[in-house]
Design a protein around this ligand. Structure first.
Ligand code: GRG
Length: 294
């Protein structure tokens, strides 16, 4: 990774962490619930979604305080989704990011409640953001609900469950990924641009970019399952999470998946070039999504 991008990612990771910690000091939550929420929030996530939101905002404006509540609300929703995804009723995983999953470190009921609490608290965070107008708050909540709920991530999750052990073609696979992981990435890009006062046309244009970014993220995730350093990925030795699932390498072969990732990366970066804004950071992040090793 280029040094400047690494500095950008690391300094924003630090800022996001500080913002998260600050909020947890301010709210009165039963101790066990707080510990369980913080356990997963501080378990070493890359913070890609809030960083993407900041980079999208910075293509249009510079007063980043305006994005912070929305950015950490998004990270909370992502974290809730991982906690619930790991539960015995879903993927039944014992490890995530090299640590015990939430229900293994605590217990199943606590993990369910920690996920619920992160989901609901994320909306409260947006409502109490003093940097946003009421209209902006309402729009952020509407966008985030659409991206994370039954028309977005949760829809993707159930389609993914239903596709297990079934033959799935490329079109179906991409639909699942665009809902399950792509919608939150699209939210990050859209929210950042909207809060930065981008025009409707500029936002629509960036949403086309976000479509490719979601696909790049997932193709690379599948490629890493085949080629990645499993320890670096935080996976338990001998685990194979893709056993009963369709993946890009299974459908296209490893070389075909790499070719597709590279093609999507070119398409995403071409769209950024035509975006009529300073999208250099977004272009660097696109390369990072495409080349990441964990
Ligand atoms: C339970 C409603 C519900 C939804 C779960 C996103 C999701 C939906 C499940 C995650 C399953 C999974 C491992 C998908 C692969 C892509 C993905 C989201 C990876 C994790 O995202 P990163 O790499 O995670 O941004 P970190 O650990 O860096 O935060």
């Amino acid at each position: 990774m280029k040094v400047l991008l690494r500095n950008y990612i690391e300094s924003n990771q630090k800022m996001i962490q500080e913002e998260l910690t600050k909020h947890f000091h301010q709210i009165d939550i039963p101790e066990r619930l707080k510990k369980s929420m913080l356990y997963s929030l501080e378990a070493g996530g890359k913070r890609l979604r809030p960083i993407l939101l900041l980079a999208s905002y910075e293509a249009y404006a510079s007063q980043i305080e305006k994005t912070l509540h929305t950015a950490i609300a998004l990270e909370m929703i992502h974290t809730y989704s991982l906690i619930h995804d790991d539960l015995p009723a879903m993927d039944d995983d014992d490890y995530r990011r090299g640590l015990l999953t939430n229900h293994k470190a605590f217990d199943e009921a606590t993990a369910i409640l920690a996920g619920d609490a992160l989901l609901t608290y994320s909306f409260e965070l947006i409502t109490n953001d003093q940097h946003l107008t009421d209209k902006e708050k309402l729009y952020m909540i509407q966008l985030l609900t659409r991206a994370s709920g039954p028309t977005g991530m949760v829809a993707g999750q159930i389609l993914d469950m239903e596709a297990e052990n079934k033959a799935v073609n490329l079109e179906q696979l991409e639909k699942i990924h665009l809902l399950k992981t792509g919608e939150l990435l699209k939210f990050a890009v859209t929210a950042g641009a909207f809060l930065g006062n981008a025009t409707d046309d500029q936002i629509k244009h960036l949403q086309k970019f976000a479509h490719y970014l979601g696909l790049i993220f997932q193709v690379q995730d599948d490629i890493l399952d085949v080629t990645g350093d499993q320890e670096k990925l935080g996976k338990a030795v001998g685990s194979d999470e893709t056993n009963n699932k369709s993946t890009y390498p299974k459908l296209l072969g490893l070389d075909g998946a790499i070719e597709m990732r590279n093609r999507y990366t070119d398409q995403a970066k071409d769209l950024l070039k035509q975006a009529n804004a300073d999208t250099s950071r977004l272009a660097e992040l696109t390369d990072y999504f495409s080349q990441r090793d964990h």
